[in-house]
Design a protein around this ligand. Structure first.
Ligand code: KG4
Ligand code: ZN
Length: 340
C-alpha cells in the first residue's frame, strides 16, 4: 500500500510517498520519495510568517512538488492507495491548501483520505530513520508552536506529561533572536551565533526549573533577554551579542534537558524521542546525549532535515496508523476538515 502525504500547516510545502509493508510482513513503512519547498526566504523580509503569502505560495508549489515526488518514485497517481494531509494545528489558509488538494485528488482518483495531526507527524518522524525507536518511549516535542513531554505507548496512545504554560521553546529561540537583530526563523541563527559566545557572561532565568513537574514556561526568559538587550544599548559588540545568544540557548536547553530527565524518571522509561524543529539544535542534542548516556537512556532523533516541517512525517504517521488498523479514513468524495 502506498500513502501520499501533504504538509502545508505553516511555511513549508511538503509532499512525500511512503510504502506500507504488506499485512503480516512486519517492519516499518518506507519512504519512497519526498519533496519540500521552504518559504523562509520569502517571509524573511517581514521578520515572520505572513499567513496570506504562505497560503498563496502553497498553492503555487503543491502540484509541482507532487509531480516531482511521483517522478522520483516512478509511480503514477493511480498507484497511490491513500492520500494523507495535515489537518492541524496550523495557519487556516495554509492548511486548507494541502487538505483541499488532497481531498480533490482523492475524489478524482476514487481514493480514500486521512487527516493527520501535525504534532503526531513530528512525534513519529524518527520512524523515517533506519534506527526507529521501539515503544514505549518518552517524547520531547519541541517546535515553534508547541513544547510538550509525552508518554508514548504505541501509535495513537499518547499521554501528555507536561507542556508549556506560555511560549514554546522554538518561540523563545525566535523571539530572543529577533531581539538580537537576527533574521527569521531565529532558532538556527541564534544557535550559530551562540557558538562564538560565553553562556556564563549573562545570568538568565530558568522558569519552572525546580517546579518538580515536567512543565515549561519561556515567556519570562524572553523578557529577561529584552532587559539585557536594552542594557547593552544601541550598538552592542559582536562578542556581547554572541554571549547573550549563548546564555539564552543555555537557559532553554537546561530546562528542556532537566524536564526530559524528570519525565523519564517519572515514567521509568529508558527511551527518549526528540522531535520538532528545536530538536535540530546541536547544543540540545549534546546535552541530552550526555545526560541520557549517564542514565542508560537511549535518545532517538529524526534526521536533521526531518526535524522541521515536511511531508514525509505526515505520510509516515498515516502509514503507521494504517498498518495498525487505526486509520479512520474518509471514503473518496467524503468530507474533510482542518483544525487551525
Ligand atoms: O517543527 P517546526 O519546523 O515548526 C513548527 O511546527 O512549529 O519548528 C520550527 C521551530 C522554529 O522556532 C525554529 O527557530 C526552530 O524550530 N529551530 C531551531 C533550530 N532549527 C529550527 N531552534 C534552535 N536551534 C535550531 N538549530
Ligand atoms: Zn511543525
Amino acid at each position: 500500500m502506498k500513502v501520499l502525504g501533504f504538509e502545508s500547516s505553516c511555511d513549508e510545502t511538503g509532499v512525500a510517498l511512503v510504502e506500507v509493508p504488506a499485512p503480516g510482513q512486519g517492519g516499518v513503512p518506507r519512504l519512497l520519495a519526498q519533496a519540500l519547498h521552504s518559504q523562509i526566504a520569502m517571509h524573511q523580509a517581514y521578520g515572520g510568517v505572513v499567513p496570506e503569502l504562505a497560503s498563496r505560495d502553497h498553492i503555487r508549489r503543491v502540484l509541482p512538488l507532487t509531480r516531482e515526488v511521483l517522478q522520483a518514485a516512478n509511480l503514477s497517481l493511480d498507484e497511490v492507495d491513500l492520500i494523507a494531509y495535515t489537518q492541524g494545528p496550523g495557519l487556516a489558509g495554509a492548511l486548507l491548501v494541502g487538505a483541499g488538494v488532497a481531498v480533490s485528488l482523492a475524489a478524482a482518483l476514487d481514493k480514500p483520505t486521512l487527516g493527520i495531526h501535525h504534532l503526531e507527524g513530528h512525534l513519529l518522524s524518527p520512524f523515517l530513520s533506519a534506527d526507529a525507536p521501539e515503544f514505549p518511549f518518552v517524547a520531547l516535542l519541541v517546535s515553534g508552536g508547541h513544547t510538550q513531554l509525552m508518554r508514548v505507548d504505541e501509535v495513537g496512545q499518547y499521554e501528555i506529561l507536561g507542556e508549556t504554560i506560555d511560549d514554546a521553546a522554538g518561540e523563545a529561540f525566535d523571539k530572543s533572536a529577533k531581539l538580537l537583530g537576527l533574521p527569521y526563523p531565529g532558532g538556527p541563527h541564534l544557535s550559530r551565533l551562540a557558538e562564538q559566545g560565553d553562556a556564563a557572561a549573562f545570568e538568565l532565568p530558568r522558569p519552572l526549573l525546580h517546579s518538580g513537574k515536567p512543565d515549561f514556561s519561556f515567556a519570562g526568559l524572553k523578557t529577561a533577554v529584552l532587559t539585557q538587550v536594552k542594557k547593552l544599548g544601541e550598538s552592542p559588540s559582536e562578542q556581547q551579542r554572541a554571549d547573550l545568544a549563548a546564555a539564552t540557548q543555555a537557559a532553554i536547553v537546561e530546562v528542556l534537558v532537566k524536564k526530559s530527565l524528570l519525565a523519564l524518571k517519572e515514567t521509568g522509561l529508558k527511551r527518549l524521542v526528540v522531535a520538532g524543529g528545536v530538536g535540530a539544535n546541536r547544543r540540545l542534542r549534546e546535552q541530552l546525549n550526555q545526560a541520557c548516556a549517564k542514565r542508560g537512556v537511549r535518545v532517538h532523533y529524526p534526521e536533521l532535515s526531518l526535524c522541521t516541517d515536511n511531508g514525509a512525517m505526515i505520510a509516515m504517521a498515516a502509514a503507521l496508523r494504517v498498518q495498525r488498523g487505526l486509520a479512520q479514513v474518509q471514503p473518496p468524495g467524503g468530507g474533510f476538515s482542518v483544525r487551525p
